[in-house]
Design a protein around this ligand. Structure first.
Ligand code: ADP
Ligand code: F6P
Length: 479
């Protein structure tokens, strides 16, 4: 059959996401292996799945390939096939050249193409069908992110018995931007198929509420929406997080300590190691960060004999035009700075365009004195939380953009506006030079925040609320 086989057991907990937690990689010699998929969604949901024992429905990252359900690392994975044309139109097109820039405050211009929308509808329907075949009677189905916003409604049409949650990992934009979307009402209706719609921040939930009032003329009260079919839908913020304890443990091991020391040694044992870690994405503010660092070195305010910047960037969406341009721009920018102010054996910037396993990331975080996170817009930014979780004692400093969702919780970071290069430069210097006791006080508070609000508490908060909405234990609030 064309959609792949059905698993023998039906699941009572199902996560549905564009990607499976692993990608299928083909090697030149014809062999294939699996590797962890990029991005924050997988980082956050993998530990949730390990504790909930359900099925994960998603695409396995390769085009034109139909696979049967399989088990990997104890997780039950249900692949959804995409043709090469669908990868172009649904994934690279509508998801990543229309919705992604539109939802990130149009930091790049979104493109609106009707054939992309058609593919988005078709693929969302396939995800809904696949999920309907896998979910047991009355199961909890948790649909993830902007690629699948029509799935809640499509699923409810087939399976009204399911308890449907939806979580958006990226920002939900201000109404003035959202209404540019030609298919704005269809997407709102798609989301309202869920019992609970979760956002990273309260502002996103409010934007959504305002839109369903304005566009669909629905009644809303506090965090509730009265849907057209009479159901009560809840819309609320659940700031996502990481498995802080287990990452901390990994970072604290002797092996990680040795690797962190080795990294510093390979860099010539700089006094100050600055670090950036991102998917190579134009929302992440990489040019601003590199510019600020480059100017500090050129002006002699940072001595490349004493400080080094390591930037690791995971390849991402490499066939989308804006991502190709970004990659070329960063290559040029880093090349220029290293060639102008570098000395033999001491390039000020070490730039690695690659993805690394978790233990190597933990060693990098552990080795870094200052973490620089500068997105122009970001739903949350888990990198900031990972850095904090990897601290040993209260050392280190986090420079963090105000425009990352994480800035709402991580108030004791060195907060910056990435558009303000001078301000960014001053704050980087402040983070480098602050007295140890000032850094320690800030880091202590950051650590408390991250450990007290980890991924388990995120999942529990969402799933408990979903239970309550479905069980009708929430009264439609009186005015
Ligand atoms: P996004 O979801 O937009 O990619 P996040 O900061 O929320 O951004 O999550 C990124 C995740 O990807 C983090 O878990 C981070 O550790 C991981 N990551 C980023 N860059 C790399 C890299 N070069 N190698 C391995 N993992 C990376
Ligand atoms: O939420 C951000 C996100 O788009 C996730 O949906 C996704 O897993 C991650 O970034 C990586 O992007 P992609 O799946 O397009 O490689």
């Amino acid at each position: 059959e064309s959609e792949g086989g059905t698993p023998t057991r039906r699941a009572n907990f199902v996560v549905v996401a564009n990607r499976l937690p692993v990608d299928r990689v083909e090697h030149p010699d014809g062999t294939t292996t699996w590797r962890t998929s990029p991005g924050g969604l997988v980082t956050a949901l993998e530990p949730v799945m390990h504790s909930h024992h359900g099925a994960w429905v998603g695409w396995h990252g390769a085009p034109d390939e139909v696979l049967d359900p399989f088990e990997n690392d104890g997780l039950e994975l249900v692949p959804v096939p995409l043709s090469a044309g669908e990868v172009e139109d649904y994934y690279e097109g509508f998801s990543n050249a229309t919705l992604w820039p539109l939802y990130h405050d149009v930091v790049a211009p979104p493109e609106f193409r009707r054939e992309w929308w058609d593919a988005y509808v078709r693929v969302n329907q396939r995800f809904a069908d696949r999920t309907a075949a896998v979910a047991d009677e009355g199961a909890v189905v948790w649909v993830q992110d902007y690629q699948l916003q029509l799935v809640p409604q499509m699923l409810r049409e087939q399976r009204p018995d399911l308890h449907i949650g939806f979580f958006l990992h990226i920002p939900f934009p201000p109404t003035e931007l959202y209404i540019q979307l030609p298919w704005r009402d269809q997407i709102l209706r798609g989301l309202l198929g869920a019992d609970l719609v979760g956002f990273q921040l309260g502002g996103g939930a409010q934007n959504f509420q305002r839109l369903v009032r304005q566009r669909l003329h629905l009644d809303t009260r506090r965090e509730f929406v009265h849907a057209a079919d009479g159901r009560t839908v809840m819309a609320r913020a659940y700031p996502i997080s990481i498995a802080a304890e287990s990452l901390h443990e990994l970072a604290s091991s002797d092996k990680t300590a040795a690797r962190a020391a080795e990294i510093r040694d390979d860099l010539g044992n700089p006094k100050v190691l600055l670090l950036g870690v991102d998917r190579l994405d134009y929302t992440k503010g990489l040019p601003e960060r590199i510019q600020a660092f480059g100017e500090l070195v050129a002006e002699g305010r940072i001595d490349p004999e004493e400080a080094a910047l390591v930037q690791v960037a995971t390849p991402s969406r490499e066939r989308v035009e804006q991502y190709r341009h970004l990659r070329d721009d960063i290559d040029r920018q880093v090349g220029r700075i290293n060639s102008e102010v570098g000395r033999i054996g001491r390039p000020p910037i070490t730039y690695l365009h690659a993805s690394y396993p978790r233990d190597e990331m933990a060693a990098l975080y552990r080795a870094a004195d200052v973490m620089i996170v500068t997105p122009l817009r970001d739903g949350m930014n888990l990198v900031a939380k990972e850095y904090v979780a990897c601290r040993q004692g209260d050392d280190g400093a986090l420079v963090l953009s105000e425009f990352a969702g994480a800035a709402r919780e991580l108030r004791q970071a060195y907060l910056i506006n990435p558009h303000d290069i001078d301000g960014l430069k001053e704050t980087i210097l402040e983070a480098i030079n602050a007295p140890a006791r000032v850094k320690a006080r800030r880091m202590r508070l950051l650590r408390r925040q991250v450990f007290e609000h980890d991924i388990d508490s995120w999942a529990r908060a969402f799933l408990d609320d979903l239970d309550r909405v479905v069980g009708d234990q929430l009264d439609w609030p009186a005015r």
